[in-house]
Design a protein around this ligand. Structure first.
Ligand SMILES: NC(=O)c1ccc[n+]([C@@H]2O[C@H](COP(=O)([O-])OP(=O)(O)OC[C@H]3O[C@@H](n4cnc5c(N)ncnc54)[C@H](OP(=O)(O)O)[C@@H]3O)[C@@H](O)[C@H]2O)c1
Length: 279
């Protein structure tokens, strides 16, 4: 199937992306993008930077961030590297303080850094550290980074790059899904409070995207993957035209069915697992 059709097949085709709409929203603004050293975050940071925003790109890999900064500079954009391991709450708080001291209060926070673990629970009972590091990376760390920033934001947008798996949980991804769902539940509850403060909250529920994260399970599922460029376009679309969530229609349908009829999804997966399927 031609890759250009993937956003339609995966239900992630929003309105056509117009770079001028992104520029109108971000030009002259300050943005922080976590997970900017590669994958979706790198491409989102690059696009925001060449649209005229000053971008602070956060990740652990300093050499990769330097390359991202240099590439943006060649295209006329500004990306400042900010090194931090978001699994360490203190490091996340220190990164936020450094950001405020060096560049000021951001207008846009793209919480994108992530890591996935594909592992059945039968192989997880002695690996509680998997659950701990993912809840730190996807919930406590982003929250620790966000807290000092959001406390000072009186306008702008917080964008969470999350997974459609939180709408329609899939077996073998439990640690990942639970950690992503924790931040989404927090945003759903805190979002109106932040909105009253003037800050828009957006969650992008992505289907599979061809990155280093999905590479270990590439080819496992009979569904196409978005390219990094297509996924970055979805993220940039919701920055250009803010909305509460962007998610595939089938994920919303799954969430609705799971909410109305939880037994359905449970029995479906149970049967598939008993038939030998390993999702
Ligand atoms: N790929 C998919 O199929 C898919 C599907 C749905 C949702 N998503 C979500 O999309 C987001 C981006 O994923 P991706 O596919 O672009 O992954 P990726 O290519 O593996 O990039 C992950 C990014 O997160 C950063 N990161 C990882 N651990 C970190 C840590 N402890 N502290 C700070 N930064 C850290 C990495 O930088 P360093 O290693 O340099 O720290 C890297 O920049 C994630 O939140 C993911 O859950 C991805």
């Amino acid at each position: 199937m031609p890759g250009a059709l993937a956003p339609w097949v995966l239900g992630m085709a929003l309105r056509p992306f117009r770079p001028q709409d992104l520029r109108a929203r971000v030009e002259g603004k300050l943005a922080v993008v976590t997970g900017a050293s590669r994958g979706i975050g790198r491409e989102v940071a690059r696009r925001i930077a060449v649209s005229g925003a000053t971008v602070v790109g956060l990740a652990r890999d300093g050499a990769a961030l330097d390359a991202v900064r240099a590439a943006a500079a060649r295209a006329g954009g500004t990306i400042h590297p900010l090194l931090a391991d978001l699994r360490a709450t203190e490091a996340a708080i220190e990164a936020a303080k450094a950001m405020l001291a060096e560049w000021g209060v951001p207008d846009l926070v793209v919480s994108n850094a992530g890591h996935s673990i594909h592992r059945p629970v039968s192989q997880s009972w002695d690996r509680l550290h998997d659950f701990e590091r993912l809840i730190r990376l996807h919930y406590l760390g982003p929250l620790a980074l966000l807290a000092p920033l959001a406390a000072r934001m009186r306008a702008g947008q917080i964008v969470s790059v999350t997974s459609a798996a939180i709408d329609w949980p899939v077996p073998n991804w439990s640690a990942y899904t639970a950690s992503k769902a924790a931040f989404e539940a927090w945003l759903a509850s805190a979002g109106p409070e932040l909105g009253a403060q003037g800050v828009t909250v957006t969650s992008v529920h992505l289907p599979r995207v061809a990155t280093s994260m999905s590479a270990p399970t590439a080819g496992r599922y009979l569904v196409p993957e978005l390219t990094v460029s297509q996924a970055a376009t979805v993220v940039c679309q919701v920055i250009a035209h803010p909305r509460r969530t962007a998610s595939p229609w089938w994920a919303r349908l799954g969430a609705g069915l799971n909410g109305a009829w939880p037994e359905l999804g449970h029995q479906l997966w149970l049967r598939l697992l008993r038939s030998g399927l390993e999702p």
